[in-house]
Design a protein around this ligand. Sequence first.
Ligand SMILES: [Zn+2]
Length: 454
Amino acid sequence: MSLELDRRLADVGTRFRIFPQPRFLQKADGSGPLFPEPELVTVSVEPGGMQAGPGDDRMFVVDAIGKLPYNSFFRPPFRGAARPPVRPGDDGHFDHLDPASREFSAATMYATVRRVLDIWEDYFGRTIQWHFESDFSRLELIPLIEWDNAQSGYGFLEFGFGRKPNGTIDHDRPFCENFDVLAHELGHSIIFAEVGVPASPFDEGIDYGGMHESAGDLVAIVASLHFHSVVDLLLDSTKGNLLTINGLDRVGELSDSREIRVALNSRRMSDVGDEPHDRSLPLTGAIFDTMVEVFQQDLVARKLISDDLRTRSTNLPGTSQDLVEIQAEFTAAYTGNEAAFKDSLLRARDYLGRLLAVTWGNISPDFLTYHGILRALLQADREITGGDNVEIIRACFAWREIAPVPTSLLLRQHTIADCGVSLGKGATVAGGRAVADPRIPGPRVNGVTSAARI
Ligand SMILES: [Zn+2]
C-alpha cells in the first residue's frame, strides 16, 4: 500500500492495535520480548461502517463456544453458541482493548485479515472478490478454538493455539495473534480468488502447489513490511545489506520470524522436491531477491551506495568477496541515511506488491509452471515500468535455476524443414518429403529462406 494511501486511511479508518510479530519472540540478550507493545493500525473501514464482532461487509469474527474444527461434513456458517461480539469504544475504535483479554485476540484476528486485504486490494487496484462468493458474502473468522492447529477453508479461517514441547495446547501462543500465519492463510484465499485452481484431472499441479505456498509467504512478507517497527528492525540489523544469500545471519533477532526465514532462503530448484512448502522456497527467494535488487538499484540511483558495492554484494556466493568488508561498507553508507534507505525499501516493497498483483491477475492455474510465472512477471514489469527491471528478474530467477523443464517443447529446436517451408527453388519439405510449392518463392538469405517466414 502506498505511503500516501496509508496516511489517508489513518485519518478516516478504524483504529486497532496488533502485534507485528508474535509476543513470544525474545530479544537476543534475553531482556524481554522483541515486540513488547502492540502497534496501532488503521483498517480502511470507517467507524460508522464497523459492526460488533468485530465485522464489516467482507468478514466477521465469531468467538465460538466449544466448537470442533470444521471438516468435510461440518462447514460454515457456524450456528452454535458464541461469546458476545466485541464492541468498539465510545469513539467507534477498537484500540482500547486490553492485550491480556480474549476480546483483544478476537479483534486482532479481524484487524490483521482486514489490514492485509486492504494492502493487497490496493496493489490489485480493485476489490478482491472471495472465491466462495457463490455461497457466502463474508469470510467467517473464528479466533480461539481449543485445538493445537489452524486451518483455512471454503468461507472461513479458524485458529487454535500452538503446541508445548510436551505436545499439549499452549494457550500463550494463539495463532490468531500471529500476523504472519494469518496473512499467509489470507494469501491462499487471494490466490484462490485471483488465479483459481487447475481444471484438468491430468494436471499434477506440482508448480501450482509451490506457487500457492510461495504466494502465502509473499503476501505475508509484503504486508509485514507495512509495520514501521519491522522495517526499522530489519534495516537497523542489516544496514540495508539485504541480499538473501547468507542473509539469515544478518537479521539477528528477526531470524526467529518464520516469514523472514522463508524470504532469506538460499535454495535452488536442484535443492528441492515436489512437496509444496519445500518447492516454494526457490520461487519465494527469486521474487524476494528481485525486490532487494530493485531496492539496491534505487540506492545506487540516489547515490546512497556505489554501483561497485551493489555488484560485489550481489555476486555471492561462489566469489571471493569479503563479506565483512561489504557489511562494513553498508554500515558506513546507512549511518546518517536511515530515512532515505527506508524510503527506498518501501518503494521497492510497493513495486513488488504491484508486480505480484499484476502477475497473479494474469496467470492461468492450468498446467502452471514456474517458468510460466517468470514470463508473467516479466510481462508485469513491462506493464508497470516499461521493462526497467526485466534484467534483474531474469538474473534472480536464473540463480534459482528456474527455467523451462528440460522436456518442454519450448526447448525443442525447429528446423525450417520441420516447419515445411521452402528449401530450394519451388520446393518445400512437408513431413520430411519434398514437395513442389510454387506459392513460396520467398526472400532468401545465404541460400536459406529467411527466418521471417519460419
Ligand atoms: Zn500455506
